[in-house]
Design a protein around this ligand. Structure first.
Ligand SMILES: [Zn+2]
Length: 147
């Protein structure tokens, strides 16, 4: 048997890709255990809990890498917006949930919050830089009505 590292689904050995998670890796039970990922039949003894979400796969990957670096077993799973969202917003954007074992929830939540602040501040700096540039060009081109 092989298992999807993204969603944990079980597959026959000849299958090479998860039907649900495009491009995800299928590995054997030993490697799942090595990565600290739950096998389907172990799920009830080891609860994985959602500690955060990401709106794009790169952010999800960043979160997973960051938590793995802290020795926390973690996986992300792609979800899709529900039908209600499709009707109200007209888009069907997938999102990703970040899951860790119950005993790591507190630490993972803290680390995720730190990481989000870091990502946000990077985005803020970029926005600030663009704003500054805009202000400078406005000033340069503005007529000097005060003099
Ligand atoms: Zn999968």
């Amino acid at each position: 048997m092989k298992y999807c590292v993204e969603c944990g689904s079980e597959y026959q050995d000849h299958v090479t890709e998860c039907a649900d998670c495009t491009g995800s890796k299928l590995v054997d039970a030993a490697e799942m255990r090595q990565r600290g990922l739950p096998l389907p039949h172990e799920r009830d003894t080891r609860e994985f809990i959602r500690v955060g979400t990401a709106e794009d796969p790169l952010t999800a990957e960043d979160f997973v890498r960051m938590l793995e670096a802290q020795q926390i077993p973690v996986f992300s799973r792609a979800r899709r917006a529900g039908t209600v969202d499709v009707l109200t917003t007209g888009n069907l954007q997938p999102w990703w949930e970040i899951l860790v074992p119950e005993e790591h929830v507190a630490r993972a939540t803290e680390l995720l919050n730190q990481e989000k602040v870091r990502l946000d501040s990077t985005a803020d700096e970029a926005a600030q830089a663009a704003e500054d540039e805009e202000r400078e060009s406005e000033q340069a081109g503005a007529p000097s009505v005060l003099s």
